[in-house]
Write a protein that binds this ligand. Structure first.
Ligand SMILES: [Ca+2]
Length: 348
């Protein structure tokens, strides 16, 4: 895996960045104690450099998962990965809306995702009282006029947890960005407390922006990229096999989920069977495991700091060097992430 110059530079200066990050995190806490006013109007103090240093600090991270869990079979793996991984503390899970052939409406998709999260928690042997689950938006922001947030228990959950956070919370957004974008619009000050990790968009060299999570709520994607919220963007595809599309598994690789726990049996056999992946040489892309993978194994990712691209009304992704900076994944090593995910699920 070749490394982008930005990535090498970032890694080289990690010690300096850690020190800087500590100073800045102290400043952030002062800000939120009311010692600086109008913080809601300011851009986030969690700069991409500070986020990168925090990601690499070797400490466990608090995460909120925001997932359209019923939409596909990769969300379930991602949720279980986070639940079984020692580098993450899952503090709550939100259900996100979706509408495809597995739902009759965005609200139906959100409701089905809510129940799927409950099923995954049970399979993983987790008590839902320890992992609060919240219903998300029943519709997409795109259905409202302009850039109006949609209030929901999930959006309010993000705001509530962010406000009392003493360390940055990673919001792993595995579907449409509706809940997260609404939370940022409703309470801009949370930009000092959260890092959004969103599986959304394609690289511009993919030639189109038909990526599922973006298409589900294009308006929410625009808000996320415009909001100055600390953001790690994980695009799905691009030229030269870029993006999360490399995270495929096949019938041999799922056998690396070991043991006979409910979770091991479910993820090794039952869930692939539900998606008719049991005969012949099947393979399936587990896009969503990229988000917990980033938190657990940041070194498996080639990351770059870039000006936040613009999602135009014509549905193009356009670069604009005058914009605020975000972090974007260029490449990920699928072997490292698959192994970490399956090891984590095996430990449940
Ligand atoms: Ca998903």
């Amino acid at each position: 895996m070749s490394l982008h110059p930005h990535f090498i530079h970032t890694t080289y200066n990690l010690f300096t960045m850690k020190t800087t990050a500590t100073l800045f995190l102290s400043l952030i806490l002062l800000t939120n104690c009311g010692m600086m006013k109008n913080s809601a109007e300011k851009a986030s103090l969690l700069t991409p450099e500070i986020v990168l240093a925090h990601l690499h600090n070797g400490k466990a991270k608090k995460v909120i998962i925001d997932s359209d869990t019923y939409n596909e079979m990769d969300d379930q793996y991602a949720v279980a990965y986070a639940l079984g991984n020692p580098n993450m503390e899952v503090i709550s899970i939100n259900a996100a809306p979706f509408h495809n052939d597995r739902s009759t409406s965005y609200e139906d998709g959100m409701e089905k995702s809510y129940h799927e999260i409950m099923r995954v928690l049970k399979v993983c042997g987790k008590d839902r009282n320890d992992y609060p689950v919240w219903k998300g938006s029943p519709k997409r922001i795109g259905e409202s006029s302009g850039f109006t947030p949609v209030a929901s228990p999930a959006a309010e959950n993000i705001i509530r947890l962010a406000k009392k956070a003493k360390e940055p919370i990673y919001v792993l957004c595995l579907g449409a960005a509706t809940n997260v974008a609404s939370a940022v619009l409703m309470e801009p000050s949370i930009r000092n407390k959260i890092v959004v990790v969103w599986l959304g968009t394609n690289f511009s060299d993919a030639g189109h922006q038909g990526e599922f999570n973006l298409v589900q709520d294009y308006r929410a994607g625009q808000i996320l990229l415009n909001s100055k919220v600390p953001l790690v963007l994980l695009p799905a595809s691009g030229k030269d096999n870029k993006g999360t599309q490399v995270l495929s598994v096949d019938q041999e690789e799922v056998k690396n989920i070991k043991g006979n726990s409910n979770a091991a049996l479910f993820f090794r056999e039952r869930l692939p069977h539900e998606f008719k992946q049991t005969t012949g040489n099947w393979w399936h892309i587990l896009w969503d495991i990229a988000a917990p993978g980033l938190v657990s194994c940041p070194d498996a990712f080639e990351l770059e700091i870039i000006p936040s691209p613009v999602l135009t009304e014509e549905r193009n992704l356009v670069e604009d060097h005058t914009r605020h900076k975000i972090i974007r994944m260029k490449r990920v090593d699928p072997k490292i992430i698959r192994a970490d995910a399956f090891r984590s699920i095996s430990a449940l």
